[in-house]
Design a protein around this ligand. Structure first.
Ligand code: GLY
Ligand code: MN
Ligand code: MN
Length: 436
């Protein structure tokens, strides 16, 4: 078995150990309709992919330790020349077994019947609780019918459980293969930010920067953006999820770009903020340096044993001290934090897990305490300050939004910044932009 197939096999074995004689009955992501009869580009369910490596449409699988001969069954769309002419060639069942390391490959039309059989011998039933409600209702129906037939003899599964309760915590620890893919997603994304900085000129449109970034993602083998790209000039940078990207970039404004590639199913998540004309004004620079200082300090403090909550507290304290220092907030940092009066300008968390999903899964709390960071975990560090044009802040700061976001891998001794190649020092950005 190839190294890559072993990765998925080993994940399924770990899942089986945690399921306690349970069976996992999973459906791949359904197609999402965009409009009328056209769909969004297909993207496999992340948990399904994590356990199978299978990214094609129309699949399902059963991971059943009670089936000792064939614990892993992959259900796929069968070969059908008339359909394949429209949507692409499909593997034969034999080829599916060879390429995905399953114990058997069956036509997906057999999935329901097999799932009922598997439920009959299971003590617990796990599934992926994603947006496919139809699959969940069917499984519940099957579960109920099995329960009613065994109620005189006892035993049998009590209810439907989330495979995510096991798999999401496994996904928190990235193995070498995943780190390699995430580094590639990060590299492509960092290069794209450099290209955007070099190309930016007053009078360009936000969507033109977006096209430069996204073209690079695809040019370098990414599947496209890992999430909807945000390119916001001036006041638009103060809207956290600004995705219209339709406005003209104005001389004298900053532009905030939160955009990154998905590569082989893994996401990067980078934000950079820079002057449209290549030179920070004094108030822009003052505010930018507050964010940058906090961001660098949080990265510096990122190591095993600390928690995202501690990092957020550090970030918040530095941002508030900085905002007081430049005259954006009044009062003592303690009072401001106590009264949450910073929230007008900083209203989100410092970071989130990153991996197959941009907001990757895995609990942030364990036993009611913030999870302690361990080697292999990857998260974002993304402080920001947003002063919109309607604010009562000193006029010089109005219409300035700054966020700086990097992707951090926790290692044995500290951390690696996967997105270090995207420039963020004031001098570095100005030099790069002036020279181009
Ligand atoms: N790009 C989404 C986020 O930064 O969380
Ligand atoms: Mn982001
Ligand atoms: Mn993020």
């Amino acid at each position: 078995m190839s190294v890559k197939l072993n990765i998925y096999k080993e994940r399924r074995e770990r899942l089986i150990k945690s399921m306690n004689q349970g069976v996992a009955i999973l459906k791949g992501a359904p197609e999402q309709i965009r409009s009328n009869d056209t769909g969004y580009p297909y993207r496999q369910d992340s948990d399904f992919f994590y356990l199978t490596g299978y990214a094609e449409i129309g699949a399902a699988c059963i991971i059943d330790p009670n089936n000792q001969e064939r614990p892993f069954t992959l259900f796929v769309l069968p070969q059908d020349p008339k359909k394949e002419v429209w949507t692409g060639w499909r593997l034969s069942f034999k080829e599916t077994i060879e390429q995905y390391g399953c114990d058997q490959a069956l036509d997906v039309s057999e999935f329901e019947e097999r799932s009922l059989e598997a439920i009959k011998t299971a003590s617990r039933v796990y599934t992926n609780l994603n947006h496919d409600k139809e699959h969940q209702y069917k499984l519940l129906d099957q579960l109920n019918s099995v329960r009613s037939s065994v109620q005189r003899t006892g035993g049998g599964p009590e209810g439907l459980e989330s495979v995510g309760s096991i798999v999401h915590n496994m996904r928190l620890y990235k193995d070498a293969h995943e780190v390699d893919l995430m580094q590639q997603a990060a590299d492509i994304s960092a290069q794209a930010h450099v290209l955007a900085m070099k190309s930016c000129k007053p009078g360009m449109y936000e969507y033109q920067l977006q096209s430069i970034l996204e073209s690079h993602f695809v040019h370098e083998g990414g599947s496209g953006p890992a999430y909807t790209s945000i390119v916001g000039g001036g006041d638009n940078a103060t809207v956290l999820h600004y995705v219209k990207n339709r406005d003209k970039l104005t001389d004298g404004d900053l532009v905030l770009i939160d955009a990154a590639a998905e590569y082989e199913m893994y996401a990067a998540d980078i934000t950079r903020t820079f002057p449209v004309n290549g030179k920070f004004s004094d108030p822009q620079k003052a505010l930018y340096e507050v964010v940058l200082n906090a961001q660098k300090a949080v990265i510096e403090a990122s190591k095993p044993g600390t928690t995202l909550q501690e990092l957020h507290d550090l970030d918040l304290r530095l941002l508030v001290e900085g905002m007081v220092g430049i005259g954006l907030l009044k009062g003592t940092p303690e009072e401001i934090i106590e009264q949450n009066s910073y929230e007008e300008y900083f209203m989100h968390k410092t970071g989130h897990w990153l991996g197959l999903d941009v907001h990757d899964l895995g609990n942030y709390m364990v036993d009611n305490k913030p999870r302690v960071l361990e080697p292999g975990m990857v998260y974002t560090v993304e402080p920001g300050i947003y002063v919109n044009s309607r604010s009562k802040a000193p006029v010089r700061f109005r219409g300035i939004g700054v966020r700086i976001e990097d992707n951090i891998l926790i290692t044995k001794d500290g951390n690696i910044n996967l997105t270090v190649d995207a420039p963020k020092e004031v001098a570095e950005i100005e030099t790069l932009m002036i020279e181009s």
